[in-house]
Design a protein around this ligand. Structure first.
Ligand SMILES: [Zn+2]
Length: 198
């Protein structure tokens, strides 16, 4: 099966990628923003029948890339405690960029079905995950949110990052003459203001 999905995780470990993280994820972002490759290439998950693949999500590894942030060791969902190794802002920023890159490389659309957190897998695809709550908390949140809402927020960040890093390829920008565009925009705004006065 070609790679059609990306599952986003935190490792429930410390801020450094350890050997277990490398076994289970295709790539990991550490607390300081460093990226660490896993033991398996994403293509290893084209098939899982040979036993050589990154096992990151229960019964959901075939055709699925597993990307992770090394964080959240000792964190508790209820009552919430982020523990000593919470996701850091720089780690999240690099992670979002990494997911954007993988989605671009493997031509995966940023949808709820295809690019989702581990916590969304059971809700969106009905594959039981035994209480996994990664990723329902992000830096700045007082407590975990609904998996889909946090997932939607992550997908928004990933889309914005794709526009930022691949803007020259984005269809919306391709062949657009920016001077003409500004001119048009200015005239639209002028007309709008006129219509408001009338
Ligand atoms: Zn996970």
């Amino acid at each position: 099966m070609p790679l059609k999905k990306i599952v986003m995780h935190w490792s429930a470990g410390g801020h450094n990628a350890n050997s277990s993280d490398k076994r289970h994820y295709h790539e990991i972002v550490e607390g300081d923003g460093d990226r660490v490759g896993g033991d398996h290439l994403p293509e290893a998950n084209n098939s899982t029948s040979d036993g050589h693949y990154a096992a990151h999500t229960r019964a959901f590894n075939t055709g699925a890339i597993g990307l992770s942030m090394a964080a959240m060791s000792g964190a508790k969902e209820r009552p919430f405690s982020k523990g000593k190794y919470p996701i850091t802002p720089v780690q999240l920023d690099v992670f979002v960029e990494m997911v954007a890159e993988y989605a671009d490389t493997y031509n995966i659309d940023i949808t709820r079905e295809n690019v989702l957190s581990h916590a969304e897998v059971q809700i969106t695809h009905g594959v039981k995950q035994n209480g996994k709550w990664d990723i329902t908390w992000l830096p700045g949140m007082a407590k975990p949110g609904h998996p889909i809402e946090v997932g939607d927020h992550l997908r928004e960040m990933i889309r914005a990052k794709q526009v930022e890093i691949f803007h020259e390829d984005a269809p919306i920008m391709a062949g657009l003459n920016m001077d003409k565009f500004s001119e048009k925009l200015a005239s639209h705004i002028g007309e709008f203001l006129k219509s408001q006065k009338a």
